[in-house]
Ligand binder design. Structure first.
Ligand SMILES: Nc1nc2c(ncn2[C@@H]2O[C@H](COP(=O)(O)OP(=O)(O)OP(=O)(O)O)[C@@H](O)[C@H]2O)c(=O)[nH]1
Ligand SMILES: [Mg+2]
Length: 297
């Protein structure tokens, strides 16, 4: 374990190659207690849990879209709450496996857990747009995107949120120094790398990990975007949102993460999602309005 004072120091360590699962971030906690809690958490396979969840200076909502995640949903919400003091919104698309009912049970037991039920699988993009609207309507100041399948480490979540003070969008990035993917086969790695190279070449927005789904937005910035104009559904949704933020003149910051392949449940990645990205990316250049100059990442 490596003890650091705050999340800014944690970011430097991850950039230098340290795995964030080994970082004990004090952020105001007493050193000995923090180290004991982190060691106990790691021994139980729950990562370096803090003494108590870190409280960000902003009212924060973490949106987790789910489709057939009954093996993950309860554990991911519990994990999020052990690291970050926040509300969680589960957006479930009528999962046939009963994920929605589990979410309802959690919501009844804990006021910090909210659930949005939608009819049938409608895609990741519209699930997040619904989550963003919920954040705007309920006065949250930060809204995060996170997968249910533990690909995004819950201990990285506070690092993303705390980095959002001077960036309207923070991306948990696999393709900056210190970031990587763990457990993906060659084909899946090439697909993600290829999609990102292609997007960088076509859009030249300065963002390196355009398809990442681990993000923290300033809600005030989202309010300035035309959310109704967002077209994309799958991976392309992440590309489109990042591009819209850059084009609007907002600062996009990438913090390195280790992305871990899902262990439980089924992937929803398919050819249709990849095709959508391939066709949509060139169109974005003409479609997304430029404002306040392009800031880059
Ligand atoms: N509400 C909703 N959630 C979805 C939909 N498609 C995927 N999800 C969820 O979005 C998150 C990311 O989807 P994944 O299937 O993990 O996609 P991926 O990360 O590209 O692929 P794998 O990690 O290989 O499974 C997970 O929490 C899914 O349950 C959808 O149509 N609606
Ligand atoms: Mg996944």
């Amino acid at each position: 374990m490596v003890v650091v004072e705050d999340f800014a120091a944690a970011e430097t360590k991850v950039r230098d190659g340290i795995d964030s699962s080994r970082l004990v971030v004090l952020q105001g906690q007493e050193r000995t207690h923090a180290l004991t809690a982190a060691l106990a958490g790691a021994a139980e396979g729950r990562g370096p849990v803090p003494v108590r969840a870190h409280t960000p200076p902003w009212r924060t909502l973490v949106v987790i879209p789910t489709y057939n995640e009954k093996g993950n949903v309860e554990a991911i919400v519990r994990a999020v709450h052990s690291y970050l003091d926040c509300d969680v919104l589960i957006v479930d698309d009528g999962s046939p496996d009963g994920t929605g009912e589990i979410a309802d049970r959690m919501s009844a037991a804990d006021a910090r857990v909210k659930v949005l039920h939608r009819q049938g699988k409608q895609g990741l993009g519209t699930a997040y747009i619904a989550g963003f609207r919920f954040a705007i309507e309920h006065g949250y100041e930060r809204v995060c995107e996170m997968d249910a399948d533990f690909s995004h480490a819950p201990w990285d979540l506070p690092r993303l949120v705390f980095a959002s003070g001077d960036a309207e969008l923070v991306i948990g990035s696999r393709y900056v120094k210190g970031g990587c993917t763990v457990g993906w086969d060659f084909k899946r790695r090439m697909l993600s790398r290829g999609a990102n190279l292609y997007t960088r070449m076509v859009l030249s927005s300065g963002v390196r990990d355009n398809t990442a789904g681990f993000r923290c937005f300033q809600v005030a910035a989202l309010q300035q975007l035309d959310l109704a104009a967002v077209h994309a559904q799958g991976y392309a949704f992440q590309i489109e949102m990042a591009f819209r933020m850059v084009r609007r003149g907002f600062k996009v910051k990438e913090v390195p993460i280790h992305f871990v392949d899902r262990r439980v449940g089924q992937s929803k990645m398919d050819g249709k999602i990849a095709r959508e990205a391939l066709l949509l990316v060139p169109k974005l250049r003409g479609r997304v309005p430029k404002q306040r100059g392009e800031a880059g990442a």
